[in-house]
Design a protein around this ligand. Structure first.
Ligand SMILES: NC(=O)C1=CN([C@@H]2O[C@H](COP(=O)(O)OP(=O)(O)OC[C@H]3O[C@@H](n4cnc5c(N)ncnc54)[C@H](OP(=O)(O)O)[C@@H]3O)[C@@H](O)[C@H]2O)C=CC1
Ligand SMILES: O=C(OP(=O)(O)O)[C@H](O)COP(=O)(O)O
Length: 352
């Protein structure tokens, strides 16, 4: 069993912890937090050993009536791998702690690429993580773009990708973030940081990205224009994309017209926390004009990186092949939505 510690128990950390518990080859050593708040309560209720991320604050947990399993160092020492899911910038500060105990660590996309030896996306570069000291699972947006680029490169070749990202302002619980009544070019300079970040996965890719922030919390939306090296039909592109378990082609028949209904759909299908681990690509948007491909996709920022973190745990230890790890992760989490609509595709015409 692979022993996994999760340092930081917020949006990403709580989902990584649940995903680790769902794997047959992993054991959750515990999770670390700085404060005895509602998330600490939830971790304890789930039976997850809870460690104090800042030892001097251990007393606050005791005063709050929450039992600790120890301090973060104890968790790191007992782990084969630590997944660092602390806020952007804290991960880099934690590197020395992991190095001290010779424990490989995974960081998240809020850290700079130089925090790790390798930036990781399971579909694109699984093997590159093997034996690395530190691995960075790229951000939700970079993950979403990489999952589309990988099959397009393999099947059709990519001459140039242009992606405009309509970014959610904050997560649903981020009450201090915005905008609340504005549309911001963010970053205002071009390219946005996403293009160079995608290049940390595909160094040779010619890609430009533009970012916009809007008053929404549910998901991001990407508008793609990819100039291909060949001229497939839209149907051929859809066939290739629909073969990927982490890409979900939202059928026109579903009547899902935006991110609100996507989230409603996720909750209706019983997804934990309404999570959508897959890129949600609107099937009707997939269009090809000569060698230019266009499509819209939505990315659930809180959850698309979760399967990638699980795969990165195996990859860094050299366990399982890329294909076997992705298949196991998907099966244990329940990734893959195509089958939900199989019957519906046959029965309905668009938007009936
Ligand atoms: N949310 C998103 O959409 C995505 C985020 N990411 C990246 O994932 C990382 C984590 O983001 P996210 O989960 O959203 O952040 P959150 O703020 O939701 O969670 C981070 C948690 O870490 C805890 N924390 C703070 N300081 C420390 C510390 N020193 N040691 C241990 N825990 C600490 C905080 O809880 P407390 O202080 O209560 O312990 C907080 O809840 C970032 O790099 C982010 O960029 C990647 C993809 C998507
Ligand atoms: O960490 C994330 O969001 P946040 O920094 O806006 O909270 C997401 O991964 C999106 O980040 P990005 O738009 O910088 O790729």
């Amino acid at each position: 069993m692979i022993k996994v510690g999760v340092n930081g128990y917020g949006t990403i950390g709580k989902r990584v912890a649940d995903a680790v518990v769902a794997q047959p080859d992993m054991e959750l050593v515990g999770v670390a937090k700085t404060r005895p708040n509602f998330e600490a309560e939830a971790a304890v209720r789930k039976g997850y050993p809870l460690y104090a991320a800042i030892p001097e604050r251990s007393d606050a947990f005791r005063e709050g009536g929450i039992d600790l399993a120890g301090e973060v160092e104890d968790m790191v020492m007992a782990s084969d791998v630590v997944v660092d899911t602390t806020p952007s910038g804290i991960g880099a500060e934690n590197r020395e702690l992991y190095r001290q105990y010779d424990t490989p660590a995974l960081f998240q996309g809020g850290e700079g690429a130089d925090v790790a030896d390798v930036s990781f996306n399971a579909r694109a570069n699984y093997d590159a993580a093997e034996d690395a000291e530190f691995v960075r699972v790229v951000s939700c947006n970079t993950t979403g773009i990489s999952r589309v680029i990988a099959p397009l490169e393999e099947h059709f070749g990519v001459e140039k990708a242009r992606v405009t990202l309509i970014r959610r302002g904050g997560d649903p619980g981020d009450s201090s973030r915005g905008p609340i009544n504005d549309i911001l070019p963010d970053p205002i300079t071009i390219p946005s940081h996403h293009g160079p970040d995608v290049n940390s996965i595909f160094p040779e890719l010619n890609i430009d990205t533009l970012g916009v922030k809007v008053p929404a919390t549910l998901m991001h939306l990407h508008s793609f224009n990819v100039t291909l090296e060949s001229e497939p039909t839209a149907e051929e592109v859809k066939d290739v994309l629909s073969d990927e378990s982490r890409l979900f082609l939202v059928p026109g028949t579903a009547g899902i017209d935006g991110t609100g209904k996507l989230k409603e759909f996720a909750m209706d299908t019983g997804r934990p926390r309404g999570d959508l681990w897959e890129n949600c690509i609107w099937e009707e948007s997939v269009s090809v004009e000569d060698d230019d491909l266009y499509l819209f996709q939505s990315i659930h920022q809180e959850s698309d990186v979760i399967p990638e973190n699980v795969d990165a745990i195996r990859a860094v230890l050299g366990r399982e092949t890329q294909e076997d790890s992705m298949e196991l992760t998907d099966q244990r989490l329940g990734v893959g939505l195509e089958s939900v609509f199989d019957g519906m595709r046959k029965r309905l015409t668009p938007y009936q």
